[in-house]
Design a protein around this ligand. Structure first.
Ligand SMILES: NC(=O)C1=CN([C@@H]2O[C@H](COP(=O)(O)OP(=O)(O)OC[C@H]3O[C@@H](n4cnc5c(N)ncnc54)[C@H](OP(=O)(O)O)[C@@H]3O)[C@@H](O)[C@H]2O)C=CC1
Ligand SMILES: O=C1O[C@H](COP(=O)(O)O)[C@@H](O)[C@H](O)[C@H]1O
Length: 500
């Protein structure tokens, strides 16, 4: 892994939402922390016509809006240039190359280049091909391609995209972003598991009854109706973020903490996923679409009334599923996952439910004790809570539930620049551990495609909307667990106990 941070970062889509809300503030934070030396430069690329000064002002505005501070901002933005460029226009790459070469010389960037594609996915392949054919990747230093999600629409399109990218970049030069892998507590999963003698020996089907992962949002589809109509919750959240969390929870301890070892353990989890197809899909997966309702005292419209959404849309805004990992460690342990828009609250949590002990000597003996739970709070609060049973103070030997909580002192915010900040920094250092390898993407699409094929054929449009905005999804999602003798641990109850 290099120590040198010298690099030229080209952001394609530099006038867009992602660049403004996440990328510029993240770069500024790296600059503030001294992680960007004087040897860095950014070229913003987009179609609209902007002078360098106008672009620098927009970078400054976005930092101020996101972070409410601007110390040394003029020095920071002086490293930014703008190039008006239509990525579909083959002729304009030559000018971009000239500008990149000049800036490289000016800042002594040693030919190190990061190409960040913050644009609609249909452009990813063509841009990668042009970067090679027009000589932008012909450099003495490193060249890296950072790609936003979605990586394809299904396995076939992902393969095609990968083929195009790989003509210009090797696998080790491709950094496929999954911003959940930048979240502090997602990165903490492996440490909690592998650095604690009290968890690792229990982390298997002898002691764990089920694992639940909930990622709920209160936001609706907002202005992204066009994209979301062809994506739905299955492709938008499950294929990437949710599957990545499953892999981190289920993987074997890596031999070493290297990118290759960690990725190969995650891939082994994907290989062990039980395929769910055809008739089985309805037994393992549930879909939903939000109707109107109330969120934080505000009346919100149904999905079908959102901009750029079909009036009879078949798109799911909620998905819940049972994932089985057919290997020695996990045989018989369901991983339940659910994610959706317009739910009761914004929350991402993992609940590891341990098996009940054989009999209860305490409390009301006809009842089971509360099971031990390990809750990993991903967001908005960050931390862990361990639910135990202990003696009630003063009383006889009655047991009651007690909770041991640890709260990260980090900044508690959702989809914060911090995730992107860490990932950008990793990319500059050449650490691809928290980016997804092609094999992970391919296995994950293979799993998801079987579900979406069935959902395409058997439309649910007649039963949609099937959950009210402001609720935790359709009743069928509860039944999915009930038939196995479990229930979703309510995210609300788990939240109140975090000490801050
Ligand atoms: N926004 C977010 O929070 C998230 C976004 N993403 C992903 O990031 C990517 C970008 O999303 P987002 O920023 O929201 O998209 P936007 O629509 O806000 O921005 C698109 C950008 O692409 C530029 N652009 C469009 N067409 C061309 C062209 N032909 N040539 C050059 N530039 C062009 C636009 O500028 P101009 O019109 O001036 O050309 C603009 O800068 C997508 O892949 C999305 O899925 C992923 C996770 C979260
Ligand atoms: O990738 C995506 O993630 C966001 C949710 O991210 P979070 O960090 O706020 O949990 C989701 O809203 C969006 O639809 C999806 O594309």
């Amino acid at each position: 892994m290099e120590k040198s941070m010298a690099s030229l970062i080209m952001i394609f889509g530099a006038t867009g939402d992602l660049a403004k809300r996440k990328l510029f503030p993240s770069l500024y934070r790296l600059f503030e922390k001294g992680r960007l030396t004087k040897q860095f430069a950014v070229i913003g690329v987009a179609r609209r016509s902007l002078s360098n000064e106008e672009f620098q002002q927009s970078v400054k505005d976005s930092v101020l809006t996101a972070l409410k501070k601007d110390e040394n901002i003029d020095e920071f933005i002086s490293h930014f240039s703008y190039h008006s460029h239509d990525v579909a226009d083959s002729n304009s790459y030559a000018a971009l190359k000239n500008l990149a070469d000049q800036i490289d010389d000016h800042y002594s960037l040693k030919g190190n280049r990061i190409f960040y594609l913050a644009m609609a996915p249909e452009f990813f392949g063509p841009i990668a091909l042009h970067l090679k054919s027009d000589g932008l990747t012909d450099v003495k230093g490193y060249k890296r391609l950072v790609i936003e999600k979605p990586f394809g629409h299904d396995l076939e399109s992902a393969k095609e995209l990968n083929k195009q990218i790989r003509t210009a970049f090797s696998e080790s030069e491709v950094y496929r972003i999954d911003h959940y892998l930048g979240k502090e507590m997602v990165r903490n999963i492996e440490v909690i598991r592998f650095a604690n003698a009290i968890f690792e020996p229990l982390w298997n089907n002898r002691y764990i009854s089920n694992i639940q992962i909930t990622s709920s949002e209160t936001l609706g589809v907002e202005e992204r109706g066009r994209y979301y109509e062809s994506s739905g919750a299955l492709r938008d959240m499950l294929q990437n973020h949710m599957m990545q969390m499953v892999a981190l929870l289920a993987m074997e301890p890596p031999i070493k903490l290297t990118t290759d070892e960690i990725r190969s353990e995650k891939v082994r989890v994907f290989r062990a996923l039980r395929t769910v197809e055809g008739e089985q899909v309805k037994d393992y997966f549930v879909r939903g679409q939000y109707g109107e309702g109330t969120i934080e005292d505000e009346q919100v419209p149904k999905y079908r009334d959102e901009p750029m959404v079909e009036k009879d849309s078949n798109t799911e805004t909620f998905v819940a599923g049972k994932i089985m990992i057919d290997n020695f460690r996990w045989a018989g342990v369901p991983f339940y996952i659910r994610t959706g828009k317009r739910m009761t609250r914004k929350s991402t949590k993992i609940v590891v439910q341990f098996k009940d002990i054989p009999m209860n000597l305490y409390y009301q003996t006809e009842k089971m004790l509360n099971p031990n739970l390990l809750v990993i709070h991903i967001q908005p609060e960050e931390g862990i809570t361990l639910h135990l049973n202990a003696k009630k103070a003063g009383g006889h030997l009655d047991a009651q539930e007690v909770k041991l909580s640890f709260a990260n002192t980090g900044i508690h915010a959702m989809n914060t620049p911090e995730g992107y900040e860490k990932l950008l920094y990793d990319c500059m250092r050449g650490d691809a551990t928290n980016f997804t390898h092609w094999d992970e993407v391919a296995y994950s699409w293979n799993f998801v495609d079987k579900i979406s094929e069935v959902w395409q054929k058997t439309k649910a449009a007649d039963s949609f909307p099937n959950y009210q905005s402001g609720t935790m999804g359709p009743k069928a999602a509860d039944e999915l667990l009930e038939k196995d003798g479990y229930f979703w641990w309510p995210v609300t109850d788990l939240e109140v106990d975090m000490c801050k």
